[in-house]
Design a protein. Structure first.
Length: 428
């Protein structure tokens, strides 16, 4: 699979010729609605392996290091002399690399009390790439009962793709994570016992394979109470043949302060849970200033800390499937940024005749434009380069896999590259 970045003057015809592909194949792979391309836009070219174009100063040895292949193999595959000088621009073929198995999880969140056609279509389309389809969320009530999300055909879709169905439990109350509710769940034993009974009964009767706890904004003093709750839940769930996972706020140290972080004990979760999801996104968020949503430099800091507390084989890297459009200047408490999919971001850049840039530090694409009222906007989103950077991190650190928040926003390049980089583990 090849990632190509559009330069001024590029056409689909020329790109297809360069890589030995076709206009139809590239159009279908990237779900292009128009042949009009945006400078800085990425395309995934659906070919076996990839091509590398020699840069000044390159040697076969240095190129081989980038792609985990020997200089001798490169020379043989490309029918060139091992020590021959390389001309800048020379096209070298790089064969596909061996793929390892990973676990992938996709959250799916019906809103408004029903499952939209768009969301059901996303489940149909993306579940073949998932180990777990995670229904978000069963909301805990103050008596320990559960309010379920609409599931529609999610169970049938998961079964058709041999994908496990995961039950996400949250302390969402009136649209926000409730600190008070979290305290009740973790400290009132009658509520806790009722909750665990309801979770097990629901999971068994509906056909869930795994239970995922996403309890957030927990009082810091309830840190050990949360750990004890998870130990108790793990015992109950395993007795019922169910796996258990948790979602963790993106910490960079054990002493990180703030209500989002303090009650999330990385070491304890690493010991208790079957696996964890690091929520490594939302550096750029709707109420904050314009930033990359999951900048690789910040993501790496979280993972590096997590690895001091949690085995790599238990860590799923959290990844967003969306970006944001901010109106400038940013004013705290002012207008919220608008969420948009990578496909929508590219369409917006085309509409505004804006070139897409790429930040080398965060390894994320962005662009700016002015709207009809003369207001400046800044847009950060994900593309093939930014998601490949996350896949490379998963490989480098030998993590269990990846977790997507959330299905329903179109990003076809992600799924192409996911299947090109990895084999998806079947948990059924």
């Amino acid at each position: 699979m090849q990632i190509h970045v559009i330069e001024r003057g590029d056409t689909l015809f020329a790109i297809a010729n360069t890589y030995g592909s076709s206009i139809d194949a590239i159009t279908e792979a990237n779900e292009l609605s128009t042949p009009n391309l945006v400078v800085g836009q990425t395309l995934v070219i659906p070919i076996v392996g990839q091509f590398y174009f020699v840069q000044p100063g390159d040697r076969l040895y240095s190129i081989g290091l980038q792609f985990n292949i020997t200089a001798e193999q490169l020379a043989q595959i490309n029918n060139i002399q091992l020590n021959a000088p390389l001309s800048p621009g020379l096209r070298l073929y790089i064969p596909p690399q061996p793929k390892r198995a990973i676990t992938s999880l996709g959250y799916i969140e019906p809103l408004g009390g029903s499952v939209s056609t768009t969301l059901e279509n996303a489940a149909e389309k993306n579940t073949p790439f998932l180990t777990y389809l995670t229904a978000f969320s069963y909301r805990v009530n103050r008596d320990g009962s559960l309010t379920p999300p609409p599931l529609n055909r999610f169970k049938q879709i998961a079964e058709a793709n041999n994908t496990a169905l995961s039950l996400a439990v949250s302390n969402l109350e009136e649209g926000a994570f409730s600190t008070e509710l979290a305290h009740i769940i973790l400290t009132v034993q009658a509520v806790q016992n009722n909750l665990l009974d309801n979770i097990v009964n629901t999971a068994v009767s509906v056909g869930f394979d795994e239970v995922h706890f996403d309890l957030e904004f927990i009082p810091p003093d309830d840190r050990e109470a949360y750990n004890n709750f998870l130990r108790k839940a793990k015992k109950r769930l395993h007795q019922a043949g169910l796996k258990m996972s948790t979602a963790l706020a993106p910490k960079t140290s054990a002493t990180q302060q703030g209500i989002l972080y303090e009650a999330h004990d990385y070491q304890a979760h690493g010991e208790i849970a079957d696996f964890v999801v690091l929520m490594t996104y939302e550096w750029g968020y709707s109420a904050g200033p314009p930033l990359a949503v999951s900048p690789i430099n910040e993501v790496r800091k979280v993972v590096n800390y997590a690895l001091t507390e949690i085995p790599a084989e238990k860590i799923l890297l959290g990844q967003n499937l969306y970006g944001y459009d901010w109106t400038l200047p940013f004013v705290k408490g002012g207008e919220l940024a608008k969420a948009l999919s990578p496909q929508q971001a590219i369409a917006l850049a085309r509409q505004q005749n804006a070139a897409i840039e790429y930040d080398p530090v965060s390894q994320a694409p962005f662009f700016t434009y002015y709207d009809a009222e003369g207001k400046q906007h800044e847009v950060w989103f994900e593309d093939a380069r930014s998601i490949q950077a996350k896949f490379n991190l998963i490989k480098e650190l030998d993590l269990l896999g990846i977790a997507y928040w959330k299905l329903g926003l179109a990003f076809p390049q992600n799924w192409l590259l996911l299947s090109d980089n990895f084999n998806i583990t079947n948990s059924k």
